[in-house]
Design a protein around this ligand. Sequence first.
Ligand SMILES: Nc1ncnc2c1ncn2[C@@H]1O[C@H](COP(=O)(O)OP(=O)(O)O)[C@@H](O)[C@H]1O
Ligand SMILES: [Mg+2]
Length: 386
Amino acid sequence: MSTTAASAAADLGELVDASHVLVCCGTGGVGKTTTAAALAVEAARRGRRVVVITIDPARRLADTLGLAGAGDHVVDRRLWDPESVAPETGRLTALMLDTSETFDGLVARYAKSEEQRDRILANRFYRNLAGALSGTQEYMAMERLHELHETGDHDLIVVDTPPSRHALDFLDAPQRLIRLLDNRVFRVMMAPARGAMRIATAALHTFVRQVGRVVGTGVVDDIISFFRAFDGMEEGFRARADAVRTLLAEDSTAFVLVTSPRRDSIDEAIYFAEQIATHGLTIDGLVANRVHPEFADPTDGPRLRARAAELRATGDTGEPDADAARRRLADRYETVADLADLAARERTVLAEVAAHMGTRAVYVPFLDHDVHDLRALHEVGRHLVG
Ligand SMILES: Nc1ncnc2c1ncn2[C@@H]1O[C@H](COP(=O)(O)OP(=O)(O)O)[C@@H](O)[C@H]1O
Ligand SMILES: [Mg+2]
């Protein structure tokens, strides 16, 4: 959401009910894909038509959601609503981002003619560039978001983000492509040589010839003809980049930041939130995933420790087995007290971090199993939306 609407909508249930786009972000391995899928399941169970864009889901999760190939796939409602309690309107669609095929597809879609398409696809420079671009899952995720938004078929689009080194690459990706196409050197080369421009162009061509001597004239020619071939198409790319930017800044778009309770992960989350802020956006929810389970009462730690001390203080009875058993029991009390303290400490730190971001933390405990089927997703989902 934009900062102007910083309503601190910390309740994920509210976000799931009211948002149009939910972006799950955070560093790799913290549980972004799991969170995205679980939020989507809950949204469907609450009667919304939801689509989740997943990236690199664990193999078994992909199988569960029926993500065998490319394209979207409506998940059988008996899987996410086995008790048949969800409103009729609910629908869960899932898709896996396939980054290998897509860039050529984009060129084909936005080319003004078949001739232009073929010229670009055959260009050697493009072939190299496409290799690099198709690796940018960030760009494709935003393309897909835009596309799904345009169809108008979904009430909610949940976006999983790639495990990128630079946490916010997905926000910048469309802009980066535009910058490449905007590159002034190429603009000048493509411009018809007229008047004063002729001199500049002539100078540039001398420069290009010299560069050509180093990298090979073929390479330079390829690059020039690539940008010529692209002529007229960049408008489409630019328009979509702007549309994506606008969509991400909408009040109905929410960012959910996922973190683990580990110090390094929390530091990254804080850094991430700061970067988000520089884009004029805010974090709307913080998911603390894989926290230690909470005990009934936050004062359990001291109480359990007191009980252990009590047991140790009891004098030996002279009955060796009974005495050993009592000491072991005191040890157990202390172990549980340690866990209770740890869980409480994690929550204190995470609550502070969330408050600093202007939101609230939602806790998902470390489960004793992976989250690869719909039952497990719903279990995570219950922790997320309450
Ligand atoms: N709360 C949890 N308890 C147990 N396992 C979890 C939990 N959250 C995620 N996992 C498991 O951890 C692994 C990584 O999660 P994933 O969502 O793929 O992370 P990311 O998308 O951030 O890289 C998956 O195998 C997932 O099932
Ligand atoms: Mg993932």
